[in-house]
Design a protein around this ligand. Structure first.
Ligand code: DAK
Length: 237
C-alpha cells in the first residue's frame, strides 16, 4: 500500500509502521493527512497480518505539531464542518482498532499530535519530546478526543492544567504524570518501538487483542461489568 501524500505506510512481518510525514511543517495534521490516515487505519483494521502498529513522526523535530494552522484557520466554514465530522470518524476508527498501537514520540507533540498519541495504547517518548495543548490559547478546544482521553490518562487535575494554561510538559514531566510509558534517547526511540512491537507481535494475536479489548472497554464499565467482560474474553481465545 503506497501513494499517500502525507503518510508513509510500511509493513515488516506482523508490524505496521505509520509515519506522519510532513517534516517541513513539523508533521502538522492537515486535511490530506486526515484523509490518508483514515484510509491507512481502515486498511490496517482489515489486515489480519498486522498484529501491532507503530505510529511515528517523519524527520527528527516532531511527532506532530498539531493541526495545520495555516489550513484550518483559513478554511471556509463547510470545510471546518467536514473537519469536525471527520475528527469524530477518526476517533471511531482509532478507538476500534483491534491491534495494539504504539506511539513513538519525538520533538513536538502538540494539539492533535497529543490526541493521536492518546489514541495509542503505549507511548514511548524521546528525551527531546515536548507536549502541549495550545487549542484554548487559539480560541478553540481539542476536537479529536483530547478533552476526554487526556484526563482518563493523566487524571483530571493535570489534564485541566494542560488544557487551560497551554503550559507544555517536557519529557521527564510527561513520564512523571503518566502521559508516556517510557523515555529513551532520541536514537534509541525507534529501535525500542520496533523491539516492543515485535515482542507483542510474537504472542498469540487472539490473546493480545483480547487483553487490549478488556482494558479499553473495561475503562468505561463498572468493576463488576469489567470482570464479566474479562471472563467472556478469556473464554473466547
Ligand atoms: N501548522 C502549520 N505549519 C506549522 C505548524 C502547524 N501547526 N507548526 C509548525 N509549522 C511549520 C512552520 O510554519 C514552519 O514552516 P515554514 O515557515 O518554514 O514554511 C515549519 O513548520 C517549522 O516551524 P518553526 O520554524 O516555527 O519551528 P520552531 O522550531 O521555531 O518552532 C513550534 C516550533 C512547534 C514551537 C512552532 O512551529 C509552533 O508553535 N507551531 C504551532 C504549534 C501549534 O499551535 N499547533 C496547533 C495546536 S492546536 C480547527 C482549527 C484548529 C485546530 C483544530 C480544529 N478548526 C477550525 C475545526 C487546531 C488544533 C491543534 O492542534
Amino acid at each position: 500500500m503506497s501513494g499517500f501524500e502525507t503518510i508513509i505506510y510500511e509493513k515488516d512481518g506482523g508490524v505496521a509502521y505509520v509515519t506522519l510525514n510532513r517534516p517541513e511543517a513539523l508533521n502538522a495534521y492537515n486535511i490530506q493527512m486526515r484523509d490518508d490516515l483514515y484510509e491507512v487505519l481502515g486498511a490496517v483494521a482489515d489486515d489480519p497480518e498486522v498484529r501491532v502498529v507503530v505510529v511515528k513522526g517523519g524527520g527528527d523535530k516532531a511527532f506532530c505539531a498539531g493541526a495545520d494552522l495555516k489550513e484550518f484557520m483559513s478554511a471556509p466554514p463547510p470545510t471546518q464542518a467536514r473537519m469536525i465530522r471527520f475528527q469524530r470518524d477518526i476517533w471511531d476508527r482509532f478507538s476500534n482498532m483491534a491491534q495494539p498501537l504504539i506511539a513513538a514520540l519525538n520533538g513536538y507533540v502538540l494539539g492533535s499530535g497529543i490526541e493521536i498519541a492518546l489514541f495509542c495504547d503505549i507511548r514511548l517518548a524521546a528525551t527531546n519530546a515536548r507536549f502541549g495543548l495550545p487549542e484554548v490559547s487559539l480560541g478553540i478546544i481539542p476536537a479529536a478526543g483530547g478533552t476526554q482521553t487526556l484526563p482518563r490518562t493523566i487524571g483530571a487535575a493535570k489534564a485541566m492544567e494542560m488544557l487551560l494554561t497551554n503550559e507544555w510538559l517536557d519529557a521527564a514531566e510527561a513520564l512523571r504524570v503518566g502521559l508516556v510509558n517510557k523515555l529513551l534517547e532520541p536514537q534509541d526511540l525507534l529501535p525500542a518501538a520496533r523491539a516492543m512491537a515485535e515482542r507483542i507481535a510474537s504472542y498469540n494475536p487472539n490473546a493480545v487483542r483480547a487483553a487490549k479489548q478488556a482494558v479499553r472497554r473495561g475503562q468505561d464499565m463498572s468493576l463488576s461489568q469489567g470482570l464479566r467482560l474479562e471472563k467472556l474474553l478469556a473464554r473466547s481465545i
